[in-house]
Design a protein. Sequence first.
Length: 257
Amino acid sequence: MIVRYLLLVLMLVISPSAVKASDSNAPKAAATLIMAFSESVPWKIINPDGSYSGIDVELARLIAQRLNTKLEIKAAPLARCLEMMRRGEADLMTNIIMSADREQYIRYLNVPYQRQSNKVFYLRADNPLDIRSYEDLYGLEIGIKRGAKYNPRFDLDTALNKRDVTVALRNFKKLSLGRIDAVLSTESEGDYLIQHNRLQGYYKKATLKFNQPLQIYLGLSRQSPFVGRAAEIERILTELINNGELEHLTRRYLMSS
């Protein structure tokens, strides 16, 4: 009789309803932080083995670590990354300039992590052409990256002949073949591409540059579950800036370019 009673008690303890109740009370795993990644060296790098590195990648990993979640990287061209953010297919995007059209679907963190982003026109070294003023741009074929923003006047100027590509290095190849007259690029990216592809001596920089102070942000998709943790992420980012961790990893990558 005692044995039967003990068996009945044991069956009740491990019954499906009891297990279900236990599972429902268990803490849920944190959502994965999905980063929309468009290569922009040295900020976002795809290595020869297919792995990811760069200033922004390491920054995103530090943020995910402090959020106690995993980081997943989805690589795509810039325009596609922006579409992923619009649709809520990605949570986080880095290295973006604030604009009214993007604010409709991106919740910018209120802590800019870069405050200077020089934009440079690259020319063939053997070409006597120089670009000294904005007016010199008219009549030239200028290579840009699709979806990128460089300078308000330039971005909105429909009279300019802009030829876009999805991969920045293609612009430099087109320039070397004489298919375009100039390449507009973030200076850190252009210099990195030239250095790491052994193209020194083939290109020069025009006199005209867009080097006004420019704030660069991280942003969250407005459809992301992490929008509710935006203030927490802003605190993390502020801490990484103030304690020197961001500056340290930035210097490490820029000094290698």
